[in-house]
Design a protein around this ligand. Structure first.
Ligand SMILES: Nc1ncnc2c1ncn2[C@@H]1O[C@H](COP(=O)(O)OP(=O)(O)OP(=O)(O)O)[C@@H](O)[C@H]1O
Ligand SMILES: O=P(O)(O)OC[C@H]1O[C@](O)(CO)[C@@H](O)[C@@H]1O
Ligand SMILES: [Mg+2]
Length: 342
């Protein structure tokens, strides 16, 4: 069997470890051949790929980014997009199946293509951790470590200057990174898209912290909305899939908190630093296991499925159940954290 691998959506630590796991296990155990599509679905619609043999993937487990490149290309768009064109491209190059490594968007595209008869297995990846059916997506733990380290550092400078600092993290409309990093670093409030709060409440938390002689450090998800707002803040236009590019809510909140409380307030956005660099050991192991399981699923011709983490086991579920809707932070997890705010 000849399999084309792709990485799509935002990059994240662990992508190279998955690629390594797939190619080493698939070559050694099953004698499969592999190619790597360049830049996600773009490589699929353009028929652009590179050979992937064992020698290309050795020693990759600790490398950040993706050797294949990534993009947010829609496989249904452009003159060579859509299932019929993709089937023709695969036939022409003797490619039997695709392993698609991506977030909920990429896996939704994979699900649609598999429903049209293309042999696809998915692997869930994203720092956002917003994919259903998998307890964690690889990349998430590394991003949380980076954000936690940043929050720890912000804490000491905030305390030195008696300032309030609000730190913005990624996650689109899911607050997982904020929740975990905020809890790990003891943030004085965690502001997530799933739970709007009022500006007055945020100011109250800030004053409570200041009044006991400490500096308020808050973490906010890019998709957070104040109760007073209709939708998440966006001022950077649209992404290639025509969704609002998020980011900038910390800059909006900081002056308002300062005006209400009189506490000097600064905003810090962690941005793409959360997606870069080496994966944590946890993510290397998770990514490697998912890669091995994905090639096993391809060997078993479990097309239209995705590998997932359930507890400590790697399992296989349908792409349709993994892409029903993004996985949000449940209410009980928010209230668990909120008991310690202020
Ligand atoms: N329903 C869909 N049908 C076809 N293509 C889609 C669909 N949803 C997403 N895609 C394509 O897949 C690309 C990748 O998805 P998206 O940008 O949501 O990232 P992701 O895979 O969720 O990863 P991450 O959230 O970690 O960046 C999109 O930019 C879009 O072109
Ligand atoms: O700047 P980019 O690459 O479009 O990515 C931003 C988005 O990607 C993600 O990091 C997921 O990879 C989201 O949290 C964020 O909104
Ligand atoms: Mg996503």
């Amino acid at each position: 069997m000849k399999i084309g691998i792709l990485t799509s959506g935002g990059d994240c630590p662990g992508l190279n470890a998955v690629i390594r796991g797939i190619v080493l296990k698939g070559s050694e155990a099953y004698g499969f051949d592999f190619v790597g599509f360049k830049h996600g679905w773009r490589g699929v619609v353009e028929g652009s790929f590179i050979p992937l043999a064992e020698e290309h993937v050795r020693f990759l487990a600790n490398q950040g980014g993706t050797i294949l490149g990534s993009s947010r290309t829609n496989p249904y768009e452009g003159p060579f997009g859509g299932p019929e064109n993709i089937k023709r491209m695969m036939l022409k190059h003797g490619i039997d199946a695709i392993i698609a490594i991506g977030g909920e968007g990429t896996l939704t595209a994979a699900r649609r293509l598999s429903e049209e008869g293309i042999n696809i297995v998915g692997v869930p990846k994203t720092i956002d951790n917003d994919i259903q059916e998998t307890d964690y997506s690889f990349g998430f733990t590394t991003a949380v470590e980076i954000a936690t380290d940043a929050l720890d550092r912000i804490r000491t400078t905030a305390e030195s200057h008696d300032r309030c600092i609000i730190v913005e993290v990624m996650g689109r409309y899911a607050g997982w990174i904020a929740l975990h990093a905020g809890m790990a670093a003891g943030a004085n409030a965690i502001l997530i898209p799933e739970h709007p709060v009022s500006l007055g409440q945020i100011a109250e938390w800030a004053l409570e912290v200041r009044d006991r002689g400490s500096a308020p450090v808050f973490v906010v998800s890019e998709g957070f909305t104040l109760e007073e707002m209709d939708e998440a803040h966006s001022h950077k236009g649209l992404d290639p899939f025509n969704r609002p590019l998020l980011g900038g809510i910390a800059d909006i909140l900081a002056p308002q908190i300062e005006a209400l409380t009189g506490i000097e307030t600064r905003a810090v956005s962690l941005g793409h630093v959360q997606r870069g660099g080496v994966p944590s050991a946890y993510d290397r192991v998770l990514a490697t296991r998912l890669g091995i399981a994905a090639v096993d699923a391809a060997h078993d011709e479990q097309w239209g499925s995705t590998v997932v983490l359930k507890g400590t086991d790697i399992e296989t579920v349908s792409l349709s159940s993994a892409t029903q809707e993004p996985k949000s932070v449940p209410e009980y997890r928010y209230y668990e954290a909120a008991a310690l705010f202020g």
